[in-house]
Ligand binder design. Structure first.
Ligand code: PLP
Length: 468
């Protein structure tokens, strides 16, 4: 062996000597058989969702117009683990377990002593983690005899993931897509159509909520809050139709915990344990998916930081307040206690990536306010720079959302180098960016600018928070 090779030899699984593995793989048999529920491990109890009309705690009956009973139960469950039904497991096996990669080429490019691992959720058919929950949600709706699901989508990933899941379980799928994204990313709509779904731009004239907004502002670029109002209205008014949400709610975060459970097993194969776990945060689901299974280990005394990364243009955790707010623009959803920028928030059009929701998952918000989760924000130019560096060393062109996690991982690795410290970094590669080339094109053309959501605007929006 040359001295060069010797440097790369490490002690691996079963004490065997292995040479610099790039990927740690599990077999289909190793797929987690249950979801991990963080609720019993929370440092303080959750504040209940409130009915938007009465302000009283919302009961299961309030949600039955739009969600199936099994998901309503999961939403309120404090069971430590919830078994994954066999038909869901069978579908997850189509692409899971996903690989855990060691970013050796990136480490080398950075000259860092840090070890960087990433969980690659981009290998799902829809190209992101969102299929982990869309499959489960479509399954439970089908079981309850529902024929059609209505939903919203921002950048298009959730709409795509739900389209495929509905196709799998024989449900119709109707997607309200935020108007500016609909025109920025026409291929997303085509992808949804490939999987048999209908997709229209929001605000639309199909719903009362949409017509009202169009009457006030015919050129409204749309927002997730508006599209949610349209989809919830669609579902509430039709008996055969339910609503499905791709993030934020407890049951969605629950379904994503297969990510962190697999990662723990794969890190064991690699003989490593992370000092820091990183995920980008829109509504909080992929971050929760990778980070929540580490919460009990942290509570048990492991030194580990859980870092949620958000865009400076939509700084829900770093600039928002922790308060009860609506989940949508028109105030139709239950009030959730969460980090929020106010339900009137309309993200600036210049922001290329997703991650544009005004609120943060109540579970992530609670852990953030309790100091278990740290939040940081980055502006977009720095994120694209990191994404391009990642693509040039690791090959994968990540989604603009994911670039926030990449950027934070690179920062952590650079800090480790400056401090001359070893550090093991784990981040969630939530999805690839193959449908986001327009954003990369703008970045290369120098057309993207940085934008930080001004604190005054936050104050303005907060004046409209519902009183509880
Ligand atoms: C939807 C999405 C996100 C943001 O949503 P979370 O619920 O915060 O995970 C991040 N990355 C990708 C690839 C997405 O599709």
């Amino acid at each position: 062996m040359s001295p060069h090779t010797l440097n790369l030899v490490e002690r691996g699984r079963n004490g065997r000597t292995i040479v610099d593995e790039y990927k740690y793989l599990l077999s289909e048999r190793d797929l987690p058989k249950s979801w991990y529920n963080v609720v019993p491990d929370l440092p303080q109890p959750m504040s209940p969702p409130l009915h938007p009309g009465t302000g009283q705690p919302a009961g299961p009956a309030d949600l039955e117009a739009i969600f199936p009973r099994a998901l309503i139960e999961q939403e309120a469950s404090s069971a430590p683990r919830i078994p994954i039904p066999d038909p869901v497991l069978d579908m997850l096996r189509l692409w899971r377990p996903t690989p855990l990669h060691r970013a050796r080429r990136l480490e080398k490019a950075l000259g860092t002593p840090a070890k960087i691992f990433y969980k690659n959720e981009s290998v799902s058919p829809a190209g992101s983690h969102k299929l982990n929950t869309s499959i489960a949600q479509a399954y439970y709706n089908k079981e309850q005899g529902i024929k059609r699901l209505a939903t919203e989508t921002g950048a298009g990933q959730w709409g795509s993931a739900l389209s495929f899941a509905c196709q799998v379980f024989g449900l119709e799928c109707f997607v309200y897509m935020v108007k500016c994204s609909y025109f920025q990313k026409p291929h997303r709509r085509t992808l949804m159509e490939c999987w048999g779904a209908n997709c229209i731009p929001s605000p639309s004239d199909r719903t009362i909520a949409g017509r009202k907004i169009l009457a006030e502002d015919p050129d409204c670029p749309g927002s997730l809050g508006i599209a949610i109002s349209e989809a919830v209205e669609d579902a509430a008014l039709r008996k055969d139709t339910n609503y499905a949400l791709g993030s934020v709610l407890n049951h969605v975060l629950l379904h994503q915990t297969v990510i962190g459970q697999e990662a723990l097993a794969q890190l064991k194969l690699a003989g490593a344990f992370p000092d820091v776990v990183i995920g980008c945060c829109g509504g909080g689901s992929n971050f929760a998916g990778i980070a929540f299974p580490f919460v009990p280990l942290k509570a048990g005394g492991k030194q580990i930081r859980l870092v949620a990364v958000e865009p400076a243009a939509c700084p829900t955790m770093t600039k928002g307040v922790y308060a009860y707010d609506f989940g949508d623009k028109s105030g139709m959803t239950p009030l959730l206690k969460m980090d929020t920028l106010g339900h009137d928030f309309i993200p600036p059009g210049i922001h290329a990536g997703g991650l544009r929701y005004h609120g943060m998952a109540p579970l992530v918000s609670l852990l953030h306010r309790a100091g278990v989760v740290e939040a940081v924000s980055y502006t977009q130019l720095k994120c694209f720079e990191a994404a391009v560096q990642f693509a040039r060393s690791e090959g994968i062109v990540v989604a603009p959302e994911t670039s926030h996690a990449v950027c934070c991982a690179i920062d952590e690795a650079r800090n480790a180098k400056e401090e001359g410290k070893e550090r093991t970094i784990l981040f969630n590669l939530s999805g690839h960016g193959h449908f986001d080339m327009a954003a990369y094109e703008k970045y290369f053309a120098g057309e993207l600018t940085d934008y930080e959501y001004p604190a005054e605007k936050v104050q303005e929006a907060l004046a409209h928070l519902p009183r509880t």
